[in-house]
Write a protein that binds this ligand. Structure first.
Ligand code: FA5
Length: 344
């Protein structure tokens, strides 16, 4: 048996040095030292040996087992080093390759339009102020002269939150918040998000407005007209003209809708040269609502002065950005599609 042990040992030591992978090394270890391996199978015959022979054979078997294990360990280390070197070679970084392109974000077109409008009107002395998007029914409606039974409440399809709270349907409540907390003269712009249960290519349930308010002694309709003409020329170009059409908003009296000459097909006179999909050959495009502040609002604001007057206007920001950038569908603003956003 000692001879057989020696043969298994010598053959194993020779075979180990020729193994080329960690997998074949493990297979070989199991085939020699495993429970059903050559060595264990041979040693099962030890029971038949005499009591004298048994410890001698056991000692020799242990010596070979240790030698084989040491050889396996040493060879395993060699193979691991070789595998690591190969891995490093395969993963070599080619520093001459062009680098990955890094993308720089841009301001959202609605942010750009808001900033452009604020920047131009701040040159007339308007300051920016903001208010909450979750608003009381009182400030959104009652305080701006839209009482509970007034049909104008129906016109602004409202998201009611319950207990006298709504998602604000316009930025006009910020006028009232500011008047109630500050005394006049006031010259403010209130940009922000508003909500209405509306949804198509030109109406979104979530959109943005900029409210303008100027309150002082002796503010007249001509001040409103001058301010809006300045805004129109700054926004759409110096050739732009405006026209005011009578309209109704409960919070102003008189109220107007304001059109600008179509920046795509008209100049000065407002005569469209057509064919123009934007103004439908009329030469005019409606961009905002405005008017002289209704005296009821001054009562709600606590302004008790007979000489006080003011004007207000409300601009839809999506509308302005669509016109400035030729955007056909306002839902594009909210999809977060970088192919669209990268163009601005
Ligand atoms: C108002 O919201 C008034 N508060 C504006 C105002 C302020 C008038 C001060 C007078 C004095 P209107 O509902 O028309 O008015 O909305 C103003 C603008 O918001 C519209 O001209 C339009 O550009 C935009 N708008 C209205 N509804 C939507 C909508 N669902 N999606 C996108 N834009 C909208």
């Amino acid at each position: 048996m000692i001879e057989e042990l020696k043969q298994i040992g010598c053959e194993s030591l020779e075979a180990i040095s020729e193994l080329e992978s960690l997998e074949s090394l493990e297979q070989f270890r199991v085939s020699v030292l495993g429970k059903k391996g050559k060595l264990s199978t041979l040693l099962k015959g030890m029971g038949k040996l005499s009591a004298e022979e048994r410890p001698k054979v056991g000692q020799v078997a242990n010596e070979w087992k240790n030698k084989i294990e040491a050889a396996l360990g040493a060879h395993k280390e060699k193979l691991e080093v070789a595998a690591l070197e190969q891995k490093i070679l395969n993963e070599k970084i080619d520093v001459t390759l062009p680098s990955l392109k890094s993308y720089t974000g841009t301001l959202h077109p609605l942010t750009q339009a808001t900033r452009q409008i604020v920047q131009s009107l701040s040159r007339l002395g308007f300051d920016v102020t903001t208010g909450p998007e979750i608003e009381t029914e009182y400030l959104n409606f009652d305080s701006v002269n839209i009482p509970e039974t007034h049909p104008a409440r129906e016109m602004q399809d409202t998201f009611f939150m319950g207990e006298g709270v709504v998602l604000r349907t316009h930025t006009s409540p910020v006028q009232m918040r500011t008047m109630r907390s500050q005394s006049f003269p006031l010259r403010i712009l209130c940009p922000g998000a508003v909500y209405r249960a509306d949804n198509d290519a030109t109406h979104s349930p979530f959109f943005h407005q900029i409210e303008g308010l100027w309150v002082d002694h002796g503010i007249r309709m001509s001040d409103l007209k001058g301010t809006l003409l300045f805004f129109a020329k700054e926004t759409f170009g110096s050739e732009t003209e405006i026209r005011l059409r009578p309209s109704f908003f409960p919070f102003v009296e008189p109220g107007v809708e304001v059109d600008v000459t179509c920046p795509f097909c008209a100049s000065g006179s407002g005569k469209g040269k057509g064919p123009c999909k934007v103004c439908k050959d009329t030469g005019w495009i409606e961009i905002l609502g405005a008017g002289m502040v209704h005296p009821e609002l001054f009562k709600h604001a606590g302004y008790d002065d007979p000489k006080i007057s003011g004007f207000a206007f409300g601009i839809g920001i999506e509308r302005i950005s669509m016109l400035l950038n030729g955007i056909p569908d306002l839902r594009l603003f909210y999809r977060g599609d970088v192919r669209f956003l990268n163009q601005f």
